[in-house]
Write a protein that binds this ligand. Structure first.
Ligand code: APR
Ligand code: MG
Length: 212
């Protein structure tokens, strides 16, 4: 096997211990009516987190043998990493987006979920995240993903995409932004191309704070 291989959830469940471990991560998002600088529409608030390894990823983690299901493991991990603000949250099988099997550096099946919240619910999670058991340990803080591209063609989503992401988290993000229609397809494609073309040193001055 070369890179991560996509496979249906049912097929993924056939890959069991001790050879395979399963990990589940979730993209939490909410419609957001606010405008940056009073003019650039934010559209949605999308959460990622800085991890203990200095990379960006989604909250979640390894499913334990004691977990009753993948989703039980995911909800446990979300409580550990996001804290009391997710008491109301239950990610279930219907929120499953994709599964990928990787052989290197270790045999892991990565399951990905997406859950739409209200902005108030998302704010509650952000407000409580510093009280999580793992805060400052495995979880170093939540960030929102900028979904716009500034007029310099780099600031915003293209620059964000040039961060260092764990495993396939970047692909999961881009795929989710497209399929959940969080960014218009044309804007997303341009942002991905802009990210590839440059190493994103944002230009100084006012031009970088204007939207395309
Ligand atoms: N998509 C796919 N795979 C991911 C993603 C993602 N978005 N995020 C992380 N992974 C991979 C990681 O590379 C890792 O192999 O899934 C596995 C587990 O995810 P983590 O969130 O890192 O696991 P977690 O249980 O939260 O805690 C990390 O794992 O490596 C150990 O000792 C380390 O205690 C630590 C724990
Ligand atoms: Mg984790």
């Amino acid at each position: 096997m070369s890179g991560p291989r996509p496979l249906p959830r049912e097929e993924a469940l056939l890959l069991g211990p001790p050879q395979w471990r399963h990990a589940c991560h979730a993209l939490l998002y909410a419609p957001c009516p606010h405008r940056l600088f009073g003019k650039i529409p934010l559209r949605f608030a999308v959460l990622m987190q800085m991890r203990f390894d200095g990379r960006l990823g989604f909250p979640g983690g390894f499913v334990d043998p004691q977990d009753a299901s993948l989703e039980a493991g995911l909800n446990r991990e979300l409580r550990e990493e996001l804290g009391p603000g997710v008491a109301f949250l239950h990610v279930d099988e219907g929120d499953h987006v994709s599964s990928h099997a990787s052989e290197k550096p270790q045999r892991v099946v990565a399951h990905f979920y997406a859950k739409r919240l209200s902005l108030e619910q998302l704010r509650t999670i952000e407000d409580h995240a510093t009280h999580a058991k793992d805060h400052g340990l495995e979880a170093m803080g939540l960030v929102r993903v900028p979904l716009y591209t500034l007029r310099d063609g780099v600031g915003g989503l293209p620059a964000f995409l040039n961060n260092n992401f764990v495993s396939i988290a970047r692909d999961q993000l881009v795929h989710a932004l497209e399929t959940l229609e969080l960014v218009p397809r044309e804007h997303l494609q341009k942002a991905v191309v802009a990210a590839q073309k440059c190493l994103c040193v944002p230009s100084a001055g006012t031009s970088s704070s204007r939207v395309l």
